[in-house]
Structures are given as structure tokens and as C-alpha cells.
Design a protein around this ligand. Structure first.
Ligand code: GDP
Length: 301
């Protein structure tokens, strides 16, 4: 929990300071609440909406107590998050028993794809699953070696090709192996060079086709990895990937590096994609399934 609560410190500090200084729930209070929420990357409109809802509820319930107001704000934020969605499924999708589940990880360089694959490999391995990794990021120097190190640590095999190998051929080998040797899950780390969008998207669709040649129902998930510290930039990236591939969910990394947890709301609001995992550090255990309630409560701790 350490990492996650650290990541909230900025927001929580500001919020608590403002809450401890307040004397009455007046217009000044709501103005400060709006500022604090905007400062957390929630976006202007959302901050105003939440503030308005809190204002209404304060009136209706005649709330004067600090703790009650805090709870009310949390409650409004969670319900706002839920309302923004369209019933997206936050859980991971798995193949029927007896077939490997294939998960592709996409996103631009440096967002934390390889690290996330490593973390998930370690966590599913601990659960007793038979895990295979594919190093299809043959473009970024060091990516293959980095994945192999994660594989070694988690005691999970890694399929890799020669340097600059065709990613699709690495993926083909990996999917065939996963099927023939009854692996439970295959995690595919893909390249994310952004210099050439067209090529990147073509490469991703080629990888998809190759996967489906061996396993027609796969991939079960295409997880887009986004770096929370990049704010609005992350949203732009997401729109690009959403246009050209079948993204099924988001992994939001580096939450330890930002006090602006509100980006989660912005993603929900504009993409309608479920955030499935959040990363908050570089260690294998610094990843957890996303829960809006835990997340919002965490913001205030
Ligand atoms: P990729 O290019 O998308 O595969 O990105 P990497 O997995 O290589 O990650 C890029 C850098 O971000 C590395 O130094 C990682 O250790 C670091 N990183 C990844 N996830 C997190 C995270 O949740 N928190 C922090 N602080 N660093 C992270």
C-alpha cells in the first residue's frame, strides 16, 4: 500500500490542509474544492460537477462536520466514476479451460509495457498458472533482455527471436508453443515506436492475425499501457491506439510518480475503456487490479 498512498500524498496533503482550515461550508469552500480537484487532473467540468453534487448533498443532508464532508466527496467521486462508464468489465478475460489465454500489451515506448508484463507474469505464476512470455518488442534495444530478466526472476520461459526479428514470427512461435505445451497464459510484449504510426498499427494488426491463425478466439485481451505522469498526452495516445486496434482495457503505470490520480476519470470519461490494472512502482508487486472505490479512497489517504 505504501507506493499507492505515497502517490496520493500531493492530493491528500492539499485536500487535508484545505479541509482542516475550513470554518464553514460556504462558497469559498466550494471554490477551493474545485481548485483541488482540478489540480488532481480531474478536468474542469468534472471538478465543477462533483463540487455541485457535493453542494446539493450538503444542503439536503445538512452536513457540517468535516469527516462527513470528506466521506460525501469520496462518495460523489466514486459515483461520478461509475456514471461515466458504460458498464465496462474491469476483470481480465480468460480463454475457456484447456486453451491458453493470450494478452497483448501495446503502447508507446517507455510507458512501462515490459515492466507490466514482468509484474503480471510473476503474479500469475505465484497463483500457480503456467505462464509464457513473448518478447515481440524486437525494436527497442534492450527490451528482449529486460523481459528475459523478468522471466528469469519469475521462473517463467520467454520466447525471443534473433535481434531485429520480425515480431509477428516471434509471436507465431510463442502462440504455437503456448497451445502445444498447454500454457495457461501467454503475455506478449510488443514494440511501441511512435515515429511511424502507420507501421506500428500495421505491425499490431499483423500480430493479431498471426495469433488468430493458431488460436481463433485469441487474443482475449489487448491492454493499452499508459503512463499516468503524462496526463493529457496519455489520452492522445489512447485515442490513436483505440482507432487502429481492438484495445480491451488500460493499464495505468507510474501512479507513484503523480499526485494527479484524476487522470483515471478523464480516461473513463473520454475513452470508455476499463482501467484493469494500475502500476505504482518498479517492483514485481507494484501492480494491482483497479477498483474505483479503493482508488478514490486512496486519493484521500
Ligand atoms: P516499455 O518501453 O513500455 O516496455 O517500458 P518499460 O517497461 O521499459 O518501463 C520504462 C521505465 O519505467 C523503466 O525504467 C521502468 O522501471 C519504469 N516503470 C515502469 N512501470 C513503472 C511504475 O509503475 N512506476 C515507476 N516508478 N516506474 C515504472
Amino acid at each position: 500500500d505504501q507506493g499507492l498512498s505515497q502517490s496520493r500524498q500531493g492530493f491528500a496533503d492539499r485536500f487535508n490542509k484545505f479541509l482542516s482550515n475550513f470554518r464553514s461550508v460556504d462558497e469559498d469552500f466550494f471554490e477551493q474544492l474545485e481548485d483541488t480537484l482540478i489540480g488532481a487532473d480531474l478536468g474542469f467540468e468534472l471538478a465543477i460537477q462533483i463540487s455541485n453534487q457535493v453542494r446539493e448533498a450538503v444542503k439536503v443532508k445538512n452536513i457540517k462536520d468535516k469527516d462527513q464532508i470528506r466521506d460525501l466527496i469520496i462518495e460523489q467521486m466514486v459515483s461520478q466514476y461509475d456514471q461515466q462508464g458504460q458498464g465496462e468489465d474491469q476483470s481480465m478475460h480468460f480463454a475457456p479451460a484447456g486453451q491458453p489465454t493470450v494478452v497483448l500489451f501495446v503502447g508507446v515506448n517507455g510507458v512501462g509495457k515490459t515492466t507490466t508484463v514482468g509484474k503480471l507474469a510473476s503474479s500469475y505464476k505465484k497463483e500457480g498458472k503456467k505462464v509464457l512470455l513473448a518478447a515481440a518488442d524486437t525494436f527497442r534495444a534492450g527490451a528482449v533482455k529486460q523481459l528475459q530478466e523478468w522471466g528469469d526472476r519469475a521462473d517463467v520461459p520467454v520466447v525471443a527471436g534473433p535481434e531485429k526479428a520480425d515480431p509477428a514470427s516471434v509471436v507465431y512461435t510463442a502462440v504455437a508453443k503456448a497451445k502445444d505445451e498447454n500454457f495457461d497464459v501467454l503475455f506478449v510484449d510488443t514494440a511501441g515506436r511512435l515515429q511511424n504510426n502507420v507501421n506500428l498499427m500495421q505491425e499490431l494488426s499483423k500480430i493479431n492475425r498471426v495469433v488468430q491463425k493458431v488460436l481463433p478466439d485469441a487474443p482475449q485481451e489487448v491492454l493499452l499501457v499508459l503512463d499516468a505522469t503524462t496526463g493529457q498526452n496519455a489520452l492522445q495516445q489512447a485515442k490513436l491506439f483505440q482507432q487502429s486496434s481492438e484495445v480491451t482495457g488500460i493499464v495505468l503505470t507510474k501512479m507513484d510518480g503523480t499526485a494527479k490520480g484524476g487522470i483515471v476519470f478523464a480516461i473513463r470519461d473520454s475513452l470508455h475503456l476499463p482501467v484493469k490494472w494500475i502500476g505504482f512502482g518498479e517492483k514485481a508487486t507494484d501492480l494491482r487490479p483497479f477498483s474505483a472505490e479503493d482508488f478514490v479512497y486512496g486519493m484521500f489517504k
